[in-house]
Ligand binder design. Structure first.
Ligand SMILES: Nc1ncnc2c1ncn2[C@@H]1O[C@H](COP(=O)(O)OP(=O)(O)OP(=O)(O)O)[C@@H](O)[C@H]1O
Ligand SMILES: [Mg+2]
Length: 276
């Protein structure tokens, strides 16, 4: 099976590192270069390369447990690679001090896979968390900003509600409000529609699209939901065995004769992926 993966690698030259200096790269909003990461005795990332341009909505696909969440956690240095480099707007983030890292993290909003709200904090405190920490605004000002982002995600004044009082769809939207409160340039969405009904999923997709257009954000979306993926993606990338083995536009993905991609997007239990 290795030769299949190797031959696929040849078709992703856009995501391959070039031979020029790796100290500074101004060309892509996000560049992951030759990332290796071992966790719990398993090699999760094994030379992953990914380049995402400003304003793109890149959908990351791949089987469960393949390392998609681990991959995007490297973008905001929740993980440091064992080897390889991560560039945000050309800046290599492993070299940054904690203070410098704070300003890079401000550029990045993260919707965690399970929405990950603080259960003991109300919606105001959850969504405004970073602003309360920053101590730059009064509580009234934070309240206004929180109401503004709640409106963006089409939620009303639910400031005093606790996470346990919210439905799954509302929790996702509160998580999204928290991810965008600092007006990030980059938003990482880890399975934004998983577990939601089709109508709520579609509303979340519309939000992803409108945030991308209104705030000109660069989006990275992990999803298993192919309807959503085709609706929002400007490009797809597939992670397999620790590497990005394919990158293509939605049309390229639909029409590719790459059997791995076809098996995955059609959700077939038999095919080359089943033997890997
Ligand atoms: N902090 C950690 N410590 C040890 N192992 C970890 C850690 N985080 C992730 N892993 C392991 O890394 C592998 C990849 O996990 P990851 O969550 O990135 O998969 P995924 O592709 O996002 O899967 P899913 O689609 O199910 O969310 C798994 O085997 C997981 O157990
Ligand atoms: Mg995951």
């Amino acid at each position: 099976m290795d030769h299949t993966v190797a031959s696929l690698n040849e078709s992703v030259t856009a995501d391959q590192p070039s031979t020029q200096s790796t100290q500074s790269r101004g060309d892509a909003m996000i560049r992951l270069e030759d990332l290796y990461k071992r966790l719990g005795g398993k090699q999760i990332l094994n030379g992953a390369n990914l380049a995402i341009e400003e304003g793109e909505t890149r959908v990351i696909i791949g089987r469960s447990g393949e390392g998609k969440s681990v991959l995007i956690k490297h973008i905001c240095r929740l993980f440091q690679p064992d080897r390889g480099r991560v560039y945000i707007e050309g800046e290599e983030i492993s070299q940054l001090s904690e203070t410098e890292l704070d300003s890079t993290r401000k550029k990045i909003g993260y919707l965690f896979q399970n929405a990950a709200l603080f259960d003991s904090l109300n919606v105001l405190k959850n969504v405004g968390f970073a602003l309360f920490e920053e101590k730059q605004f009064s509580e009234d000002e934070i309240r206004e900003q929180v109401l503004d982002v709640l409106r963006l995600v089409r939620l009303g004044d639910i400031l005093e509600k606790m996470p346990s009082e919210l439905s799954g769809g509302m929790r996702k939207r509160v998580g999204l409000a928290r991810a965008i409160i600092q007006k990030p340039k980059i938003i990482l969405y880890d399975e934004p529609t998983t577990g939601l009904d089709p109508i709520t999923s579609d509303a979340i997709n519309d939000l992803i699209i409108s945030l991308s257009q209104q705030l000109n954000v660069t989006s990275v979306v992990i999803t298993h939901d192919m309807v959503s993926a085709f609706k929002i993606a400007s490009k797809f990338s597939m992670l397999l065995e620790g590497r990005i083995i394919y990158t293509g536009s939605p049309d390229e993905v639909r029409t590719t004769d790459n059997e791995i991609i076809q098996q995955f997007i059609q959700g077939k239990s038999t095919g080359p992926l089943s033997n890997l």
